[in-house]
Design a protein around this ligand. Structure first.
Ligand code: C5P
Length: 468
């Protein structure tokens, strides 16, 4: 057989199917069902399960777990790529686990699989049109966007990702993605060159910064002849695992809580190439953000310049100076809980040079410093919009608890997590932290532990407090 592109093969198969269906006096769907039933009998695989139309009460359907009233609900958005066929299996796998699925298909997706097969598996019609009066009056794109616990986009094409990253809303899928307040899981699938393209990389970085989670793509052979590389959609079971992790978080101890966290140092410019900063790796603040997200919180992490990776599933706002950080914190309010782990520079240069300051031979330049705003104290003293729990850190080199108690009163926060950062402690940039939690109720001494352990202990402590 002469080599065919996927599109040609697809067209040829469709023509053959139509011909065979017409010859046998059946609809194409009926014909597919009969072919798959034959294949199922021959192979013993569960092909039948994939094609039973809804509400026909077959033996297979009655054994499939019906979604319970407390069942998790996934909104599956199917993009237009050859991997769309895997989304049929994905639906089946979700339903096997008792997860209720609703599906939206883009126009391009309908070139690969039909709304009928998706509808048959889902148990209701697939949604396809933004301007379809029937579905707009019945469910509407806003309800579609909200009445679920998780949005899964599989396959997420380069085009769909570009639309998401730029906030387009010119079809049902993109409008729902823009309107949703739920977590979004993307399973990208595209040609490796498209995946590696700078535009896709930029869009991906933007989407991750926006709090979107991704699974895959994997490396391997592509549908196109002689094409291999990274771009294959993750397998349905991998997507299920990623979705289950996010769904579990949806019921986590901090689900529904908005948590604001600052992390890392701030850089205060002396001139365009020099700055003043505190030593801070951002490890502790980022670990707290990751732990809060894992507990289901809606996390906004405002970070100064750091070299640690961005935690997954959190909204990250990157800033440089203390004043930028304060602006970002104020814009991110309201929040239920605020944790200030950043090592904010206390002072900045009063008149930072607009050009690089030159060595003139006339001695060192004179620099005057002005005090930076105290972000923790500003937020803790807010009359309106004060988060119900405001937590600060105190890095001390001596009289750790005594200084922390004074700081608690001065800053007006609810807790201070004090730690000894004297050079002998090795805390700075290291992985171990010894915390003393100082509150109006007294002092708790935590054991020396890793920064990840401190983060999860803090999240447990917060959970217990807001539950009281
Ligand atoms: O005063 P000190 O820097 O020791 O206080 C530490 C606590 O205050 C930390 O939680 C830190 O994030 C916060 N802080 C702040 N803004 C500043 C200085 C400190 O939010 N300008």
């Amino acid at each position: 057989m002469a080599s065919l592109t996927v599109r040609q093969l697809d067209d040829k198969l469709k023509r053959l199917l139509r011909l065979r269906a017409a010859r046998n006096g059946r609809s194409v769907e009926e014909e597919i069902r009969i072919i798959l039933r034959g294949a199922a009998e021959e192979t013993g695989l569960e092909a039948l399960d994939m094609i039973e139309p809804p509400n026909q009460g077959s033996a297979k359907q009655t054994t499939r777990p019906e979604p319970r009233s407390d069942a998790k609900r996934v909104l599956l958005i199917i993009g237009g790529g050859i991997a769309a066929y895997k989304s049929l299996d994905l639906i089946r796998r979700f339903k096997e686990r008792g997860v209720a699925v609703r599906a939206i298909m883009t126009k391009a997706a309908r070139e690969f699989i039909t709304p009928l097969s998706v509808g048959a598996l889902v148990g209701e019609s697939a949604f396809t049109d933004l301007f379809d009066p029937e579905s707009e009056f019945d469910v509407g794109h806003i309800r579609l966007a909200r009445e679920c616990d998780l949005v899964v986009v599989a396959p997420a094409t380069a085009d769909l990702m570009a639309k998401m990253a730029n906030g387009h809303a010119d079809d049902l899928a993109s409008a729902v993605l823009l309107a949703t307040d739920k977590k979004i899981l993307l399973a990208p699938a595209m040609n490796p060159r498209m995946w590696e393209n700078h535009a896709t990389k930029r869009n991906l970085a933007q989407l991750i910064a926006d709090g979107v989670t991704t699974v895959g793509p994997n490396a391997g052979e592509m549908a196109e002849r002689n094409e291999a590389g990274t771009g294959r959609m993750a397998e349905p079971l991998e997507i299920i695992a990623a979705a289950e992790a996010l769904l579990a978080n949806a019921n986590g101890a901090l689900a529904g809580q908005r948590v604001l966290i600052t992390s890392g140092p701030t850089h205060e410019p002396i001139d365009p190439v020099r700055y003043i900063a505190n030593r801070s790796s951002g490890k502790q603040g980022h670990a707290i953000a990751a732990a809060a997200a894992a507990a289901g919180a809606d996390v906004t992490l405002i970070s100064g310049p750091v070299n640690v990776p961005d935690p997954k599933g959190v909204t990250i706002i990157k800033v440089e100076s203390a004043r930028d950080m304060l602006d970002a914190v104020e814009s991110a309010l309201p929040a239920d809980i605020a944790i200030f782990a950043a090592a904010v520079a206390d002072w900045r240069v009063a008149n930072a040079g607009e050009q690089k300051i030159k060595k003139t031979g006339a001695g060192a330049p004179q620099m005057s410093l002005v005090e930076n705003p105290d972000i923790l104290s500003t937020i803790a003293h807010l009359k309106s919009k004060r988060p119900k729990l405001v937590i600060g850190f105190a890095a001390e080199t001596e009289k750790v608890v005594e200084n922390a108690k004074a700081k608690l009163a001065r800053k007006g926060c609810d807790w201070i997590l004090a730690n000894d950062v004297s050079p002998a402690s090795g805390v700075m940039g290291g992985d171990i932290n010894t915390i003393h939690l100082v509150s109006k109720d007294g002092v708790e001494d935590w054991p020396p532990q890793s920064k990840d352990e401190v983060a999860s202990m803090l999240i447990k402590r917060i959970t217990a407090t807001i539950g009281e």
